[in-house]
Design a protein around this ligand. Structure first.
Ligand code: SF4
Length: 51
């Protein structure tokens, strides 16, 4: 299984010291099933940290 070793989304509940602690992530295109560019990809496993 591949592992996310660097993620800058520090307000995600799974992020610890810029490393993803989730067992796996799901990534989807922003609009359709073909992203076409990096900017159009989104992590669907993101969860905001509790304040
Ligand atoms: S779940 Fe997604 S946004 Fe959250 S730390 Fe992992 S890769 Fe980053």
């Amino acid at each position: 299984m591949s592992r996310v070793t660097n993620c800058n989304i520090e307000d995600c509940r799974h992020n610890q010291d810029k490393t993803c602690q989730a067992e796996g992530i799901e990534v989807a295109a922003r609009d359709q099933n073909k992203a076409g560019s990096m900017e159009n990809t989104c992590c669907q496993t993101y969860k905001p940290k509790r304040l």
